[in-house]
Design a protein around this ligand. Sequence first.
Ligand SMILES: *[C@@H]1O[C@H](CO)[C@@H](O)[C@H](O)[C@H]1NC(C)=O
Ligand SMILES: *[C@@H]1O[C@H](CO)[C@@H](O)[C@H](O)[C@H]1NC(C)=O
Ligand SMILES: *[C@@H]1O[C@H](CO)[C@@H](O)[C@H](O)[C@H]1NC(C)=O
Ligand SMILES: *[C@@H]1O[C@H](CO)[C@@H](O)[C@H](O)[C@H]1NC(C)=O
Ligand SMILES: *[C@@H]1O[C@H](CO)[C@@H](O)[C@H](O)[C@H]1NC(C)=O
Ligand SMILES: *[C@@H]1O[C@H](CO)[C@@H](O)[C@H](O)[C@H]1NC(C)=O
Length: 638
Amino acid sequence: MNPFILVSLLATVIAGKSPRLKFVVHEPPRFHFGKPENYISMFHQEGSNTLYVGGQAMLYVLTFSDRGVRDLQIPVPSDQTAIDTCRSKGAPLELECDNFITVIQKVNDAFLVCGTNAGSPRCWMLVNDSVVTDVQGSGQIAPPSEISPPYPSQKSISLFADGNLYSALSSVGSHSGSIRRTFGSQKLLKTENVWLLNPQFAGAAIIPSLQKVKEEIYFFFSEINKTARVDEEPYRARIGRICTVDEGGIKSLLEHSWTTFMKARVMCGAGNSQQQYNNMKQAVVLTAQDKRGVMYGLFSNAWGRTVICAYSIEDIDQAFSTSKLKGYSSQIIGARPGTCVRRNSSGGIQNDIKNLGVIRYHPEIEDVIRPVGVAPLDLPTDDQITHTVADIVLAINEEHYSVLYLGTEQGKVLKVLHTSEGVFIISQYSLFHNEGPVLNMAIDSQKGHLYVGTEMEVQRLPLADCGRYGDTCRECILSRDPYCGWDKARRKCIAIPAGYNASTGALVQNLDQSNSSVCGEAAALKQRRTSPKEVLVPSNTTIFLPCPVRSFHAMYRWERDNCVKKYPCIFSGDFCVLGPVVDTPLKEGVFRCMATEDGFKVEVVSFRLVNDGRLLAASLASTLGPSLLLAAAALWLH
Ligand SMILES: *[C@@H]1O[C@H](CO)[C@@H](O)[C@H](O)[C@H]1NC(C)=O
Ligand SMILES: *[C@@H]1O[C@H](CO)[C@@H](O)[C@H](O)[C@H]1NC(C)=O
Ligand SMILES: *[C@@H]1O[C@H](CO)[C@@H](O)[C@H](O)[C@H]1NC(C)=O
Ligand SMILES: *[C@@H]1O[C@H](CO)[C@@H](O)[C@H](O)[C@H]1NC(C)=O
Ligand SMILES: *[C@@H]1O[C@H](CO)[C@@H](O)[C@H](O)[C@H]1NC(C)=O
Ligand SMILES: *[C@@H]1O[C@H](CO)[C@@H](O)[C@H](O)[C@H]1NC(C)=O
C-alpha cells in the first residue's frame, strides 16, 4: 500500500469538540494588500460597508459589496527626519522605523488617524474619506505620544465614547504605560504611574448603565513583574475601570488623574489548579442593558497555549462595588471611593481628601474575578487563537445567545455558540489563499458582516450563512446556528429576518441541544437512499472508498450489501475512508456509507464494486493504483 496514504489516513483522528462543519470559502469579497502588512489596525462603523485599515505608511479605505471590494489607498508617510532619528537611536527593530497606523477613530464628525511616525507619533485628520491633513486646533487634544505608541509592537487601545477619546498605551522600555482621556470636552486625565505595573493592553469596553452617571469603561490588560524569579509567573491578568463622569481630583491630590480608577485580578484556569492562563492577550464585551452581559478574554500560558475564559459583567461590577481594598482596613465614611458620582465637596473637603487618598494608594480590590463555569471554554486545541470578536443574537425563543468568532494562527475562523451549558462549535471557515495568522477582525451585527484580516488580505463573511447548512430541516436545526431557522412553508434554511414575529411560528430552531425533533418524526425517518456508483476493481489491487464528511459530529460507518456487517472508516481530510483491513473484502458488492447523528442514520454515498477480472499492471499499481481509485471516486462526488 502507498505509505503516504497510510500516514495521512492515520494522522487525522477526530476529537469530540471539533467544529461540526468545515467550510472552504473561495468566493469574494476579498482585498489583497500590495505588500505584507505585519500590523493592521481596523475601524468599522456598524451599518456601513466601509472598513478602514491602517497599515505601514498607508491607510486603506475598503468598500465592500457582494461582488467585490473597491479600495482607496491613502499614503501616510513618516517625516524623513523622524526616520533618520529612529535609525540612529536604534528602535527595538529597525523595521519599525516607519509610520504604522495605530489609531483610526471617528471623533465626532471627523476621522482621527494616528501613527507611530518612526518613533515620534503623529496624528492627522482624514478629510472626505480621501486625504489626510494636520489636526486642526479645535477642542482640547493630548499630544500624539499619548494617543499612539512610538512603535507598532507596543499594543495600544483607543475607544471613543460620548465625545471623548480614551487611549491606553502598553508599557515598553522606559514608557510606563497609561490609560488616558486624550480628547474631548471633559478634562484630560491619566493614570498614576504606580497604579500599573508594565501593563500590556488587551482591550477596552464601555459598560453602559441605565443611569448615565454610573457609566464605566473597563480596560483589560496584563501586568508583568520584571523582577519575578524564573520559577514565578511574571504575568497577571487585570481589569481596570474608570467612570466616564470622572473630572479628576483637587489641586493637591490627583489633579490630572482619575479619581475613580480601580483594578482587579482576573483568573483564567480550572479552580485553584496550577494550570492558570495569566497573560490576557485580548478581550471583548457583550452587553445587554445595565451591567448585564459577558466578557470574553483570550489568554495564553507560558507555553503559548491559548484559551478563552468568559466572565459575568454583573460579577465584575459586584466585586468593584463591594470588595475590600487591598492594604486598606479602615472604615469607609460616606460614599465608597471609586463610586461613579459627580464629585463635589458637599461632604466636606476633609472627607474628599480622605477618599481621594484611598484611591491614590489603594486602587486594587482584594476580590479576584473568576470565570463563569470556573474553567476555560472547551475549545479545540490543535490551533492557537489569535483574535476574537463576539456577537449577541436574539433567537426565535426570544432569548439572547452569544456567538464567538475565533481567528486562529492557521488563518481559520471558528464560529462558536456559547450557552450556560458550554460551547458548541458550529463551524470552521478556511478563508485565505495564504495561510497566515488572523491579525484582526471587526464585526457588524447590524449589517451582519464579519471582517477578517491577515498579513496578506482582508475578507468579509456573512454572520448568517444559512444557505450552507443543507436543504433539509434536520440539517438546518442540527447546525445550532442562532442566526438561522427552518422556514416551514418555503422548506429552506434562512436567516431570521429583522423584526420576525415568533408567535407566527413560521420558523423553527433548537439551540439548546442537538435535537431535530422539532422537524417532526416523518422528516427524520424518511431515509434517503443513494444510487450506487459503479467501480471496476482489478482483481489484485487495493481500493479505498471515500465517504464525504459533512458533519464532523456524526459517526460514520460503511455497510456491505444488506448491512450484515458494519465497517469503521478512517477520517482523512474531508472524507471518511474505508480501506482494505482484515475481514473487509473490498472486491465486490454494494458498500454504503451511513452517518449517524442525533439518533438518526442517513445514507451519504454508495458504491457497487465489480471485479473486472483483469490484473492491474505492476508499475501502475504500485505507484498510482490506490490513490488513483480514491481520487477518481472523490471526483464523481463533486
Ligand atoms: C471635501 O469636500 C468638500 C465638498 O465636496 C470640499 O468643499 C472640500 O474642499 C473637500 N476638502 C478637501 C480637503 O478636499
Ligand atoms: C515581583 O516579584 C518579586 C519576586 O518574587 C517580588 O519580590 C515583588 O514583590 C514582585 N512585585 C510586585 C509588584 O508584585
Ligand atoms: C453634591 O453631591 C450630593 C450627593 O452626592 C448632592 O446631593 C448635591 O446636590 C451635590 N451638590 C452639587 C452642588 O452638585
Ligand atoms: C405577532 O403575531 C400575532 C399573531 O400572528 C399577532 O397577534 C401579534 O400582534 C404580532 N405581534 C407583532 C409585534 O407584530
Ligand atoms: C429531543 O427532544 C424531544 C422533545 O423535546 C425529546 O422528547 C427527545 O427525547 C429528545 N431527543 C434526544 C435524542 O435528546
Ligand atoms: C497484479 O498482478 C500482476 C500480474 O500478475 C503483477 O505484475 C502485479 O504486481 C500485481 N499487482 C499488485 C498490486 O499486486
